[in-house]
Design a protein around this ligand. Structure first.
Ligand code: HEC
Length: 188
């Protein structure tokens, strides 16, 4: 949408005019206000205090299954890409490091931007926080279940065929990454 259309649409809405007047003290909504509002909204989108956060702070214990899943997550090497405070979001990585992963011609990967052969099937590593609430998976929503996503990752990126039991343990761990919903989403 063009800047002008964004401004026109919002200024045509009494609801948004009232809301923006309250925050920015202006009668005419400008694109800068919109950008600032969206930035503030995004900054509020944090989901702290997951079970895993509490575990890392030494406040609670994980169940045996969750703990084994966490150990597998580290031992298998998931952590080499899904790391940091959000278990992801820090780097661009290839899907298909060990076994080639099928790629559609127009896949919006890093290659589309850099035109470097090496960047084919390279994507931003997603955060795994709240991962059991955000199916379908992968950049194109092509993977429906968490089981499938974990299996694909293990096989194509690390070269392991996981047993059903190992997958369930990893998923039990991944479920501990569900945090508290942001206050901002509770409003209205
Ligand atoms: C070499 C880096 C790398 C390794 C190792 C890796 N991943 Fe990933 N993972 C990625 C990338 C890149 C994506 C995004 C794929 C896409 O968008 O198409 C991803 C996607 C995912 C997703 C889907 C996230 C979403 O929001 O769609 C899950 C779940 C996941 N990985 C779990 C794991 C697990 C569990 C392991 C270990 C068995 C693992 N990953 C190992 C790079 C990696």
């Amino acid at each position: 949408m063009s800047i002008k259309e964004v401004e026109d649409r919002l200024n045509n809405s009494p609801f948004y005019r009232k809301k923006f007047r309250k925050v920015f003290g202006t009668d005419r909504i400008k694109f800068e206000h919109v950008a600032q509002a969206i930035a503030e909204f995004e900054k509020a989108l944090i989901t702290p205090d997951s079970k895993f956060d509490k575990f890392l702070r030494g406040e609670i214990k994980l169940s045996e299954e969750e703990l084994e899943g966490y150990k597998l997550f580290k031992k298998l090497g998931c952590i080499s890409c899904h790391n940091g405070v959000n278990l992801g979001g820090n780097s661009f990585q290839k899907v298909g490091i060990i076994h080639p992963y099928p790629r559609h011609k127009n896949t919006p990967d890093r290659y589309q931007i850099t035109k470097n052969e090496f960047d084919k099937n390279v994507f931003r590593v997603p955060s795994l926080r709240n991962i059991d609430c955000t199916h379908p998976y992968f950049h194109d929503g092509s993977v429906r279940t968490l089981e499938e996503a974990v299996q694909i990752m293990a096989y194509y990126n690390l070269g392991f065929k996981l047993s059903e039991n190992e997958i369930q343990k990893i998923i039990a761990f991944l479920k501990t990454l569900r945090g508290k919903l942001p206050e901002i989403l509770k409003e209205n």
